[in-house]
Design a protein around this ligand. Structure first.
Ligand code: HEC
Length: 124
């Protein structure tokens, strides 16, 4: 008797878990490779912005998403630069901003350019 109840509740759990997994799968499948790739780029870009660049971007630039308040360079939310504008500035430097070409890898430059262009549009 108790055996039968246990089995039934066990079966219920399996079915329940299976439908929960289907539900999760149906949401996560459209998160395709491109989305995963841009998420990874955003993450690396934020790291370059706040840590990996030396001196790091946040010392001179305010960007809400990165939690930085530097005042030597432009407030990036106000400038809203395109990714290629950021990449150009990072490679060659601008005025008091030093060039980072050779100090950051190409992948890091691409990531920080993408990140800044996206994050600057997100913050007001
Ligand atoms: C030592 C301070 C300093 C650091 C470090 C610095 N910048 Fe700048 N940045 C400036 C100054 C000064 C300017 C020129 C005036 C302005 O536009 O704010 C500038 C300009 C820019 C511009 C505008 C370029 C344009 O087309 O007008 C972008 C975008 C930018 N910086 C992004 C970055 C990123 C990303 C990093 C980190 C990899 C970085 N900066 C590091 C000081 C700095």
């Amino acid at each position: 008797m108790t055996d039968r109840i246990d089995r039934r509740s066990g079966k219920y759990h399996v079915v329940h878990m299976f439908s929960a997994m289907l539900l999760i799968a149906s949401f996560s499948v459209p998160a395709n490779a491109a989305d995963a790739n841009s998420q990874a780029k955003m993450q690396l870009g934020r790291e370059v912005f706040t840590k990996l660049a030396a001196p790091n971007c946040g010392i001179c630039h305010a960007l809400k998403d990165a939690g930085t308040t530097g005042e030597i360079g432009a407030k990036l939310e106000e400038l809203k630069p395109t990714a290629s504008q950021v990449a150009e500035a990072v490679r060659k430097g601008v005025g008091a901003m030093p060039p980072f070409e050779g100090k950051l890898t190409e992948a890091q430059i691409q990531a920080v350019a993408y990140y800044v262009s996206q994050a600057a549009r997100k913050g007001n």
